[in-house]
Design a protein around this ligand. Structure first.
Ligand SMILES: Cc1ncc(COP(=O)(O)O)c(C=O)c1O
Length: 371
């Protein structure tokens, strides 16, 4: 066992946040119950309007989760069999899984080593006459270079589906992610910057035709009660989660400020060490859904953290192009070296709004002791 005698630090704790808003949420659940409108009711409609206003799009459509947000977006854009979608291999599986769900083929290109996001310079050579869309993922809460992605999409007539699951509230210049692409997709999984107490998702867009398609798709493609003109989904955010998300959206600026403050503390503590901390390029606002650093000899850092009972996560241990499920695509080890190196070196350290400055110090002390 380690000689370090620090108190344990969880990777994530949401209990303090729950205590703060529990009364208000319980009251809102009682109101939902009393109204008796449980599916696609007034809280969902109000939350869609509030969320669209926050992101800066004309509309938002609430769905059951962030994976469905990706799948239904691709479906609404008419992407399917025979089409290619260019994306990053350094992301959670759902980003690419959604491409397969609509019958299209994911095309992986390498990442920028500082932001861990898709490198726009790698996108252009991957465009073929089958390419229909670029699917950038704002990984860990760090926005992709959307100015460059937008230019590429415009010049090649491609759609952009922004996967904003980890980056609610993040900005490029003055515009939030989710307002840059043809469509933006969000997850309200509990660990997200804006998380609910279950599953939830959202799509944002300025295209009202897409909104109409998404509204239909999420409700079994019903054109009127019990009449269906296509195969759809049951993918609706429920009223109780919408009521909670409306409460939490009010405080999102404070939550992001707190995450950014903790990230700044980490950065200060890791100054003059070989820990490569997350970078924020000019004009970009990172929301630090995850605090992911690169370290040499990661196994030693993992071991020390385990001994000191400090939570961590390896996001992500294997890039998607090398996953067993994607063997059929024919990628080999060494094809996307920056993603492969990131998978070997990255470790995500604890960060959540109620984490204390002293806890950041403890985590840094333990990490440094392993280097
Ligand atoms: C980058 C990314 N995309 C998509 C998703 C899928 O979201 P959900 O879990 O709400 O389906 C996640 C969830 O972790 C994610 O991190």
């Amino acid at each position: 066992m380690s000689k370090l005698k620090n108190p344990p630090v969880p990777f994530l704790s949401l209990s303090a946040q729950f205590k703060k808003l529990q009364q208000e949420w319980l009251h809102s659940i009682a109101t939902v119950g009393a109204n008796g409108s449980f599916i696609l009711g007034p809280n969902v409609a109000a939350f869609e309007a509030e969320f669209a206003a926050y992101i800066g799009t004309k509309a938002a459509v609430a769905l059951a989760n962030g994976t469905d947000a990706l799948i239904l977006s691709l479906r609404a854009l008419g992407i399917g069999a025979g089409d290619e979608v260019i994306t990053t291999p350094f992301t959670f599986f759902a980003s690419a899984e959604a491409i397969n769900h609509v019958g299209a083929r994911p095309v992986f290109v390498d990442i920028d080593e500082r932001s861990f996001n898709i490198d726009p310079e790698q996108v252009e050579p991957a465009i073929t006459n089958r390419t229909k869309a670029i699917l950038p993922v704002h990984i860990f809460g760090c926005p992709t270079n959307m100015n460059a992605i937008k230019k590429l999409a415009q010049s090649s007539n491609l759609k952009i589906v922004e996967d904003c699951a980890q980056a609610c509230g993040a900005k490029v210049d003055d515009a939030r992610v989710g307002a840059w692409g043809t469509i933006g997709t969000f997850s309200f999984y509990p660990t997200k910057v804006l998380g609910c107490y279950g599953d939830g998702g959202m799509v944002t867009t300025d295209d009202l035709e897409l909104v109409a398609r998404l509204n239909k798709l999420r409700n079994h493609s019903a054109v009127q009660p019990f009449i269906h003109d296509a195969i759809g989904y049951n993918s609706r955010l429920d009223e109780i989660q919408a009521a909670l998300l409306r409460i939490k959206l009010r405080d999102i600026a404070e939550v992001i400020a707190r995450r950014r403050h903790l990230a700044a503390l980490y950065e200060e503590c890791f100054a003059d060490t070989c820990v490569a901390v997350p970078s924020e390029s000019a004009g970009v606002t990172h929301v630090f859904n995850l605090y992911t650093v690169r370290v040499p000899r990661r196994y030693r850092v993992q071991q020390r953290l385990q001994e000191a009972r400090i939570g961590f996560s390896i996001c992500y241990p294997q890039p998607l192009h090398l996953q067993p499920v994607y063997q059929y695509l024919g990628y080999r080890c060494g094809d996307l070296p920056r993603s492969e190196l990131a998978a070997e070196q990255c470790i995500s350290l604890p960060i959540y709004p109620d984490m204390l400055a002293e806890q950041v110090e403890i985590v840094c002390k333990v990490v440094k002791s392993a280097l």
